[in-house]
Design a protein around this ligand. Sequence first.
Ligand SMILES: [Mn+2]
Length: 325
Amino acid sequence: MANNQAVLQMAAALNGASRLLLVAHLSPDGDSLGSLLGLGRALMGLGKLVTVFVPDGVPQKYRFLPGADAVVVQAERLPRERCTVVLLDCGEWQRSGLPPEPFAAFPLLNIDHHRTSTGIGQYNLIDKRASATGELIYELLLALSVEIDQEVATCLYTAIVGDTGWFRFSNSTPKVHRLAARLLEAGARQELVNDQMMTMPETYLRALAVVLGRLTTFCERQGAIAWLNWNDLQQFGVTASDLEGLIDYPRSLPGVQVAALVVEIAPRTCKVSLRSRQAIDVSDLAAEFGGGGHARAAGCTIPDSELDNCVSAVRAAMERRLRHA
Ligand SMILES: [Mn+2]
């Protein structure tokens, strides 16, 4: 349970705002999009003026989410009047993709569950034990006495299945299962969510084939790394956010303690996804490269560096950890 005081304070702060701008992290995933759209819809139901900003756009497999077609993608199209900015599923302003001008001067609320989050808002609801930001949104909606309709339930269900890997990861607590049950009772469209999230476009499968062909193991197969370069992305017509879930393949090898996928998302800029089993804390590893995340799932973006250099630097950091695990 999140700190009750923090939930009530955040609920009051949201209630007190009439114009809100909701934003999460770049390369949005199921939790960030489900949380943005679920909270957005609920706040609109309370009569608020709400803008949801998704600078990378909503990936195809999440376009089914209620409200996905109404998000603002281009920063130039954002309303510039003073509003309350709500940063979700992210603890760093730079990861939001929101331009500082004029938004950095506006009141900021921060709702997140990443262990590297320190709470950068005037009010913060940060709970590192929450499985997903969507779990915190649910508690907030209860505190706001908002009725959870089918659309909001579908958004929050997507958030939770996204971050728990369909209730397979260690964060799938009994509480999460009880919450999922309540969302299903509220009408969450489980089959639709499964069907849409599990759909793999051909471009994704082509990229997967390349990643699997380049998969390399080291340290007695306890480490695994693979990569995609900028040319691959151009050739397959995919962006980094289309590649969510690819990292699960290197991690699925038996005995692998730590896995990495390095993707050159722009020339000389690499995005690194990291996954681990018990022995290794990858949020520490990501922090070495200026990133963050959770103990078992983390990431970072390395600017101004050739792909080869990124791959060897990440691999060296993984080897150091495996030797000291
Ligand atoms: Mn999350």
